[in-house]
Design a protein around this ligand. Structure first.
Ligand SMILES: [Zn+2]
Length: 73
């Protein structure tokens, strides 16, 4: 439906911002890094590969580990 079909209704124009890859690449890199960290802590932060000693991180992400199908116990 065009805006001209409704009388006395102001026309609404929406302009989408244009983003260049040069502006986006730091955010893409940051997002990939955060995603890799999340996958590491959910999937591999346990036992010999653990960064932090103890089981605090493992217990904190335990439900996510089971939800995503990583082997646990
Ligand atoms: Zn488990």
């Amino acid at each position: 439906m065009s805006a001209a079909a409704i009388p006395n209704e102001p026309a609404i124009t929406v302009e989408l911002p244009t983003l260049s890859l040069r502006e986006l690449w730091p955010w893409i890199l940051f997002s990939i890094l955060i995603a890799l960290l999340a996958v590491y802590f959910v999937g591999a932060e346990q036992g010999a590969t653990s960064v932090f000693s103890g089981t605090a991180v493992h217990e904190w992400v335990h439900d996510a580990r089971h939800l995503l199908g990583f082997p646990c116990h």
